[in-house]
Design a protein around this ligand. Sequence first.
Ligand code: ZN
Ligand code: ZN
Length: 167
Amino acid sequence: MFEFFFLFFLGMFLGNVYEYFLHKYVLHGLGKRKKSYFSSHWHIHHRTARKNNFADFSYKNIFSINSNAKRELKHIGILCVLNLPIYFLFPAVYFGLLFNAILYFTLHRYSHLNPEWGKKYLPWHYEHHMGKDQDKNWCVTSPITDRLVLFLERNIYNKLLSKKENK
Ligand SMILES: [Zn+2]
Ligand SMILES: [Zn+2]
C-alpha cells in the first residue's frame, strides 16, 4: 500500500514537471509566435485574462467548438495516450499522472471562471497572468517544480557559475 501511494505521488509530481516544461517551452516558448499551432495560450488566454482581471469565460463550455477548454482537453488526452507506456511499467505512477491531469484541468478552468477563488487558492497562477512578469510561475496545480527549479538555480547552478568565474 505504501509503495502504491509513493508511486502515485511520484506520478503526480511527474505531472507537475510536465506543467512546468510544457507551459514554459511549448505554450510560451513556441506559442508566442503568432503563426504557431500553440499560439492561443499566449495570444488569446493571456490577453483575455489580463483584460478581465483573471477571468476567462471561454473555459465555460467544454463542448463548444474551438473553446479553450475543449482544446486543452484534447491536448491533455493526447498526452495521456503518449504516456501510456508508463502504465505497463508502473501503473501507480500512471494513475498519479492521470489524476494530476484531471486536477490541472479542473483547477485551471475553475480558477478562470471564479477569479476571486483563483486569486485566493492558486495565487501562483494568478501571478502568472496578472503579475508584472508573465514568464514566471509555470505550474498550476502546485508551485512545487517552480520552487525546485529556483532552488536548484540559486544553490547549484549559480554556485557552479561563480566558482568558474573565480578561477
Ligand atoms: Zn501562460
Ligand atoms: Zn491560465
